[in-house]
Design a protein around this ligand. Structure first.
Ligand code: PDD
Length: 281
C-alpha cells in the first residue's frame, strides 16, 4: 500500500510531485476534477465518473482526451498503489501557458492524480447524524461542471467548521434548497424523497445517481423537484450524499431539529443498500 502521485504519465511519491506555476489550473482555476473511491479493491462507479469528467472537459472546450487512455492511466496508478479503500483525485487542467485570460488552440491538457486511503467521515457521525447551517448560494452559474474553482465551497465549509457543525447548505436567493459544499441533499417530505433537479445550479453526483437506483429497488418514491427552505425545515428526514460522505443523515438545520432530531429509517436503509452495492460495482 503506497500513497502516490501521477503527473502526465509519471508515477512518483506525492511529496516529489510538482506542477508548473504557469499551469492554468493554478492561475485561473481552469481545470476540472473527479474524486473516486474504492471499496475492497474495486473502484466504485468508475464509468460514471469517467462520463462526468469527459462531460466537464467538453463543456469547457478542453482538447479531447480519450476515455480509454484516462481509464488505463487511472488503473495504472490504482494497481501500483494497491490501496484497498482508496480515494483517487484526478485533475485535468487546460494546459500551461504564459498568463493570458484567453486560451489559444495549442493547449496541452495536464493530467495529475493522487491516490491515498479515503479520509472517512467518522462512523459516529454516520450513525448519529450531523448538524448543518444554511447560506445563500454565491457560486457561479455552472455548478454542473466539476471545476476546481471551489472557493465558495471552501468558504462555506469553513463557515460550518467555525460554527461547530458539519457542513453548509447552499440556498438560492429565492430560498430554493440546492446542495451542500461537497454533497447533494435529499429531504423526506410526506412520503416522498425530494432532491433538486439537474440544472446548472447543482452537481450531478454519482452517489445521487446510485440513490435513484436504490430507491427504485426499495420502492421509495423519489422526485426531482424544487423545494424551499421552509419545506426543508419541516422535513421528516434529511440526508447528504457523496463519494466521501456516502449517506449522512442531517439531524439539525440552523436552529431547527429535523423530525425528532435523529437519523431516520429511509436514510439508514439507503446507506445499507449503498454499502451492499459497493460489492458489485
Ligand atoms: N465532491 N455536490 C458537490 C458540490 C460536490 O463537490 C460533490 C462531490 C457532490 C457529490 O458528488 P459525488 O456523489 O459524485 O461524489 C455534490 C467531491 C467528493 C469532492 O469535491 O471531493
Amino acid at each position: 500500500m503506497t500513497e502516490l502521485a501521477y503527473i502526465n504519465g509519471k508515477i512518483l511519491p506525492i511529496k516529489d510531485a510538482v506542477v508548473s506555476i504557469e499551469d492554468r489550473g493554478y492561475q485561473f482555476g481552469d481545470a476540472v476534477y473527479e474524486f473516486i473511491a474504492s471499496y475492497d479493491g474495486k473502484m466504485f462507479w468508475l464509468e460514471a465518473h469517467l462520463d462526468r469528467l469527459i462531460r466537464s472537459m467538453s463543456e469547457l472546450s478542453f482538447p479531447v482526451i480519450s476515455r480509454s487512455f484516462l481509464k488505463d492511466e487511472i488503473y495504472r496508478l490504482y494497481d501500483k498503489a494497491d490501496i484497498s479503500r482508496a480515494g483517487i483525485y484526478i485533475q485535468i487542467s487546460r494546459g500551461i501557458a504564459k498568463r493570458n485570460h484567453a486560451f489559444g488552440n495549442k493547449m496541452v491538457p495536464q493530467l495529475v492524480m493522487t491516490i491515498r486511503p479515503v479520509s472517512e467521515v467518522s462512523p459516529a457521525l454516520k450513525e448519529n447524524g450531523v448538524k448543518v447551517i444554511t447560506m445563500e448560494d454565491f457560486r457561479w452559474g455552472r455548478c454542473d461542471i466539476k471545476t476546481v474553482q471551489l472557493l465558495p465551497n471552501v468558504l462555506a465549509k469553513q463557515k460550518a467548521v467555525k460554527a461547530g457543525v458539519y457542513d453548509t447548505i447552499f440556498i438560492s436567493r429565492e430560498k430554493i434548497v440546492r446542495e451542500a459544499s461537497s454533497s447533494n441533499l435529499f429531504a423526506v417530505i410526506g412520503n416522498k424523497i425530494f432532491t433538486h433537479p439537474l440544472t446548472r445550479h447543482i452537481l450531478e453526483g454519482i452517489t445521487r445517481k446510485v440513490i435513484f437506483e436504490i430507491c427504485g429497488r426499495l420502492n421509495y418514491e423519489i422526485e426531482e423537484r424544487f423545494f424551499d427552505l421552509d419545506l426543508l425545515y419541516g422535513a421528516k428526514e434529511v440526508f447528504l450524499s457523496g463519494t466521501v460522505t456516502e449517506i449522512l443523515p442531517v439531524i439539525k438545520i440552523d436552529d431547527k431539529f429535523v423530525g425528532k432530531g435523529q437519523p431516520g429509517p429511509k436514510a439508514r436503509a439507503i446507506f445499507k443498500a449503498l454499502r451492499a452495492c459497493t460489492k458489485d460495482s
